[in-house]
Every structure is written in C-alpha cells, then in structure tokens.
Design a protein around this ligand. Structure first.
Ligand code: IPM
Ligand code: MN
Length: 355
C-alpha cells in the first residue's frame, strides 16, 4: 500500500490535481496497486483556512507519506501579504526547504503529435528530449533578503545569491547520475563571467566531472543558454543550474513542448518526493475547466517512477497521454485547427480510458 499526500493548493492547482489523482487511481486498478490519498491544505487556501500557508498538519502528512502530489500556490488575492505568509514563500518554498527537496527535475520532451503546436518551427522542436535539473533549496530564492529606508524616503532592497560547495556538488551529482541513464551529456549553466557564486559553481562541477569520465560535460553562460534553447534545443541532454536560472529556463523550455501545461516536475533529494506541474496557479483561467491537466498527470507518472519505483505503471500513463494526443484531443492551450477541443476533466477521462 502506498500513501500519497495530495496538496491541491490554489487556482487551477485543485482542478488539475483532482484529475491526476483519478489517473493514479485508474493505474492502481489496472495494475492492482493500492494507493491511499490524503488531502491537505497549502498555499493561499491554507492561509485562508488556518492563517498560515503551511500548517503543521500538512507538513506532518507530507513527512508520513510515500510521495506528495502538489498542485500550485499563489494568486492575486494573497499578493499583498507579508512575504512569509504568501503562498509562494510561506507555502511551496517552505515545503521544499523543510523536506530537503534540493533537486527539481523538469523533463522537456516533445510529443510527436505536438511538433506543430509550438510557436517554434517543427524542425527545431521535433525530437527534443532534454532534462532540466534545477537546484531548488538555495541561491537567490533562499539567500538573505533585506529592505531598508533611505534618507530621501526611497528604499534599498537586497537579495543574496549564495551557494556552498556541498550544495553545488549534490545537485551536480544528481545531474550526472541521471545523464548516465540518458545520452550521457551534462551542460552546466552559470554566469561565471560575472558572478562569484557561478565561478564556484563551475569549479565544483568541473571537479565532480572527473568522477564521471563516461559523461561529457560542458559549461554555458545562462544568457547564451536561453538563446541556444530556442535556436538548437536538440544539442541538450541534461542541463544543471542554480535555482533562479532553472526557474526561468524551464518556463522558456516549455514552449518547445507546445505549452507550459505539458511540463511536469519532480522535486527530490529529501525523505519524501514532491511532484508538481511546473505551471503556476493561473488565476486568469481558474474555475473554467480550461487548464491542461497533462502536466499534473505526467507529474503523477514521475511520482510512480521516482518515489514508488513503479516504472511500468509510469510508462502506462505516459503511453496513454501520447495516444490521446495522437488521437487529436487538445485542451485550449494546445488547440490547433483540425483538433478536437476538450476541457480539463474530459482530457483526463480520455487518458483514463486508454489506461
Ligand atoms: C515554479 C514556480 C515557483 C518557483 C513559484 C510559484 C514560487 O514558478 O515552481 O517554477 O518560482 O519556484
Ligand atoms: Mn517557475
């Protein structure tokens, strides 16, 4: 029996998560696996109900589960709260930190039937299969923050970008180990021409690379990487980078897949892995069944693969998604001429049918 904590959170988080749970239930029936799902509050939803974006019970549930399925956190309603009460810093970021989830894996794979769905040319995106390994509990997100008044009544604000050898080494190891199971190529992304933290990053990655003689390693500045990702994305296998660079590059890379609604993610490294779509709460489309549930559903597949070691079951979900897309069904974000438009729940129904 596998115990899964379900944290739908805010905005479209709850709309897509409920569908991912249905898909996991279908896989459970097909493969005779027993999953139990326990829901808990997080983010703005938790703040509204309890006054904190990460209640103790939620953290306890996460710690006593085998894996966590997360929706999204944040929304305009909570934008003016002090930082530590905001759904982002107080909710998902605290959760990542508390659980020690230092490695965020964001696979960017272009499904064959979506080669025309990107704003980029099909010949550029066809066959793209890369993995962004984003450091998730350090860097600018967690460095010292500070704001002070200046004599003229204006302000000075500071965010700090800090990394230790230890933090760099452990995320790089994750990238190298994953590259070994893929095309054996790691590109480390930094800004070593300007930032001291990046210079340390590059040194540590280079040194660790010596332990992985079978994996090729190169280094790329983040500005160049942003350009290369849309110019020639097929050059990449595994990208490893610091927290904020990874945040930005992964949204950008999602365009290769046709939509941010296709980008799943796994946050691992701690005791319990957390799986969440890379898209946010999307307040503009909340409550209309417009959201693409595939990022959440594919996050569910990653949950099976990484936390529960159920690779066959994960393959089954990925195959079902591929087939439904091949049949021409599309949510609004991916809609093109000649395809059949479906809503959030209908997309999940189709995937469940294939399973
Ligand atoms: C993501 C999101 C979060 C992040 C936000 C919601 C704090 O954008 O998972 O990429 O910046 O990490
Ligand atoms: Mn992001």
């Amino acid at each position: 029996m596998y115990k899964i904590a379900v944290l739908p959170g805010d905005g479209i988080g709850s709309e897509v998560t409920v569908q991912a749970v249905r898909v996991l239930e279908a896989v459970g029936r097909r493969f005779k696996r027993e999953f139990t799902f326990s829901e808990a509050l997080v983010g703005g939803a938790a703040y509204d109900a309890t006054g904190t974006p990460l209640p103790g019970e939620t953290l306890d549930l996460c710690l006593s589960s085998d894996a966590i399925l997360f929706g999204a956190a944040g929304g305009p309603k909570w934008d003016s709260l002090p930082p530590q009460l905001r759904p982002e810093a107080g909710g998902i970021l605290s959760l990542r930190k508390e659980l020690g989830l230092f490695a965020n894996l964001r696979p960017v794979r272009v499904f064959p039937s979506l080669e025309n769905a990107s704003t980029l040319k099909p010949e550029v995106v066809a066959g793209v299969d890369l993995l962004i390994v984003r450091e998730l509990t350090g860097g600018l997100y967690f460095g010292k923050k500070h704001r002070e008044n200046l004599p003229d009544g204006s302000f000075r604000a500071v965010d700090t970008l800090e990394y230790t050898t230890f933090e760099i080494e452990r995320i790089t190891r994750v990238a190298f180990d994953l590259a070994r199971k893929r095309r054996k190529k790691v590109t480390s992304v930094d800004k070593a021409n300007v930032l001291e933290s990046s210079r340390l990053w590059r040194e540590v990655v280079t040194a660790l690379g010596l332990e992985y003689q079978d994996v090729s390693l190169d280094h790329m500045y983040v500005d160049n990487c942003a350009m290369q990702l849309i110019k020639n994305p097929k050059q990449f296998d595994v990208l490893v980078t610091e927290n904020m660079f990874g945040d930005i590059l992964s949204d950008q890379a999602s365009v290769l897949c046709g939509s941010l609604g296709m980008l799943a993610s796994a946050s691992i490294g701690g005791r319990t892995g957390l799986y969440e779509p890379a898209h946010g709460s999307a307040p503009d489309i909340t409550g209309q069944q417009l959201a693409n549930p595939i990022a959440s559903i594919l996050s569910g597949a990653m949950l099976l693969r990484f936390s529960l070691d159920l690779g066959e079951e994960a393959d089954c979900i990925e195959r079902a998604v591929t087939e439904v897309l091949d049949l021409g069904f599309r949510t609004a974000d991916l809609m093109e001429q000649g395809k059949t438009r479906v809503n959030t729940a209908e997309m999940a129904d189709l995937i469940i049918e294939r399973i």
